[in-house]
Design a protein around this ligand. Structure first.
Ligand code: HEM
Length: 197
């Protein structure tokens, strides 16, 4: 995975817990890199080890760690100068979830070795939408919950995300069922229209 991802994890931990805690996590993970180069590609194993060590040191289940990381990712990418890519996702959460592959295709122009996940939506109604997530990787699915929550926040929406189907013998991908539970100020539907009271 590109260094950008590991840098984000490092920044999340350092901001919330301080550099010493990050150094403990790095030591426990057996990762020697003190800094990650944004545009360098690192083995996925590095990210997996860092998440596992962070979960052990912070005494937080790794699924919760990944959810937290997903939420952080939406803010981090904005702060790192990818705000235009996020804004171009469209005017509604519905549009954004449909445009994730196009967005990663644009990211791939900057990061040529990108191996992005693939997304598809189904079962769309004013307050619900299902997101199908396919990846050549395993273990990152809980991150989607935080990513969708973070994306929802950008649209002023509070969302509930349920990991409805896991990749395994019965399915070649994960499915997340998303429900809009409210808007920060008033009610809004996934397609941006107003929900009935
Ligand atoms: C402008 C915002 C974004 C940028 C710049 C970005 C960029 C990246 C990069 C560089 C990777 C590492 C992939 C690799 O090294 O092969 C990645 C992975 C990933 N991205 Fe994005 N991304 C963005 C937004 C999103 C959003 C909004 C979602 C979903 C809602 C998402 C879902 C994922 C997932 C799940 C992975 C983990 C890899 C996998 O599942 O195979 N990303 N992204």
């Amino acid at each position: 995975m590109y260094g950008l991802v590991n840098r984000a994890l490092q920044q999340l931990v350092c901001t919330q817990h301080g550099k010493q805690v990050w150094d403990d996590i790095r030591a426990q993970a057996g990762v020697v890199d003190e800094v990650f180069v944004r545009m360098d590609s690192y083995p996925d194993e590095v990210t997996h080890k860092l998440v596992a060590a962070a979960s052990a040191v912070l005494q937080m289940p790794s699924d919760d760690m990944l959810k937290e990381f997903g939420r952080y990712w939406t803010r981090y990418t904005m702060a790192e100068g990818y705000g235009a890519l996020m804004s171009d996702l469209g005017p509604t959460l519905h549009d954004a979830l449909s445009a994730l592959d196009d967005m990663h295709a644009r990211v791939a122009l900057l990061y040529p070795k990108l191996n992005p996940p693939k997304f598809r939506i189904s079962d769309v109604s004013p307050d619900r939408i299902s997101l199908h997530y396919s990846s050549s990787r395993s273990g990152f699915a809980p991150m989607i919950i935080g990513l969708v929550e973070g994306l929802g926040e950008r649209y002023g929406l509070r969302v509930e995300v349920r990991h409805a189907v896991s990749k395994g013998s019965d399915s070649d991908h994960d499915r997340f069922d998303i429900r809009i539970v409210g808007r920060n100020s008033d009610n809004a539907a996934v397609d941006g229209s107003t929900l009935p009271a």
